[in-house]
Design a protein around this ligand. Structure first.
Ligand SMILES: [Fe+2]
Length: 195
């Protein structure tokens, strides 16, 4: 009983007896040019290169040599990028360009989001911001088509998490029954051009 008090409210819907993944370890993506990717993640976004592996990897019908770069975040997690040594393998295994809804989202504070936006603007990358109500998000797409989102949590996130802890399963049921009424009372947003 004592242990359950330490579980954050937004995680209480789970089965406490089961282990819960602690955090993102890394997200992997295939890129064409490690230096182009480094310039984007280190110089524009501000995430440091923390590991760079060069190693043999199994492929169907043989092996190849590839590189695997990791760019770190505060909690020890990372975004990771493979680069194939042979162009034919890049063509086979390159990541798909992400469309509007496929992305990875990273939590930042407001000052960091402002700094990233300034560097994105200075570098000429297209970007847009969406006010979701539960967070404010800056979107940019990296040189190999991975769409990134940098989120600043809403100041009333505790209230929002408590609402979701009470209602998420009921909303899930409604959706699966075909009901489409919005449950986001916090989203008062103008819809930006997101193309
Ligand atoms: Fe998102």
């Amino acid at each position: 009983m004592k242990e359950s008090k330490s579980i954050p409210v937004h995680l209480k819907g789970g089965d406490a007896a089961r282990g819960l993944p602690a955090r993102l370890h890394h997200n992997a993506w295939v890129v064409e040019d490690q230096e182009r990717t480094r310039a984007f993640y280190e110089d524009v976004i501000g995430m440091p290169l923390i590991q760079f592996w060069i190693e043999e990897a199994p492929l169907p019908g043989g092996t190849t040599i590839l590189s695997h770069a990791f760019y770190g975040m505060q909690d020890g997690s990372a975004l990771a990028f493979f680069c194939m040594s042979e162009p034919k393998h890049h063509e086979t295994y390159k990541s798909p360009s992400t469309e509007l809804f496929n992305h990875i989202a990273l939590k930042v504070d407001a000052a960091t989001q402002d700094q990233i936006l300034e560097r994105i603007k200075a570098s000429g990358y297209r970007n847009f911001t969406i006010e979701h109500g539960y967070c404010t998000s800056l979107y940019v797409t990296d040189p190999d088509g991975l769409r990134l989102e940098f989120t600043v949590d809403a100041p009333n996130l505790t209230e929002i998490n408590e609402f979701q802890a009470r209602t998420a399963r009921e909303a899930f049921k409604r959706w699966n029954e075909g009901q489409r009424r919005s449950n986001n009372a916090w989203a008062h947003r103008e819809l930006d051009d997101v193309s």
